[in-house]
Write a protein that binds this ligand. Sequence first.
Ligand SMILES: [Zn+2]
Length: 263
Amino acid sequence: MEAIFFAGIALLCMVSFIFKLLTLRGSLAAFLTGALTFYSFQWQGLVILAIFFLTSSLLTKWKREVKEDFNAEPLEDKKGRTAGQVFANGGTSMLAATGAILIPDPVWLIMFAGAFATATADTWASEIGVLSKTKPFHLKEWRKVEAGLSGAVTRLGTIAAVIGAAAIGASYYFLYDTSTFMASGIIIFAGFFGNIADTLFGAWFEQKFYCQICKTETESKWHCKTKTTRIFGLPWATNNLVNFSSTIIGALIAGGLYIWTVK
Ligand SMILES: [Zn+2]
């Protein structure tokens, strides 16, 4: 029975590669994430992973023509999500799954869900927030900036973050027999505040670039089909690292609150 699940995960990763949702190495990373998730958190864990992955993929492709200007990494995007992007969003859940193998404890599941609630809140906030009619407000610069920059928030994006985190918290509640209303609330809370951590990391640490063609700031190395110049941040402070760090924060908030309230 378990073999069927592992074969299914492999099949889905291959299909994702064929349909260019993932690069080759991205699909291998996704297989590793999926296999560990299933091993530690059963098929329900895979459903949570799938909710994140499917909604992110769909939202990224949704209104692509409007977003093209903001995330202009044409070469990379056409090939799908990379291994780095998979680890950025799924790395923390892999750590939680590994922790669950080493020291069995219910807290790992809450941390796993907290990490995915953060990743989902973040993706929904970015992909939906970028469509906001009003300009985003940058938390560090304390002024309105062009859409598409990390560290800036919109009302639409914030609402999307809450709904994204709630989608994972509610899924956890309905999927697991062991779930409690309290734990589900903790996951939603952790996802939302993990997303806020993401915005703060993005505002203070993430590198930023300047596009010579359209004279705007961007977080992308490519804009208007041209290489941009770095104007802020350290080379290693990439969007992937910021996303990974925020899922760690989300997992720690979820795990910490769970231990504090339940034990
Ligand atoms: Zn440009």
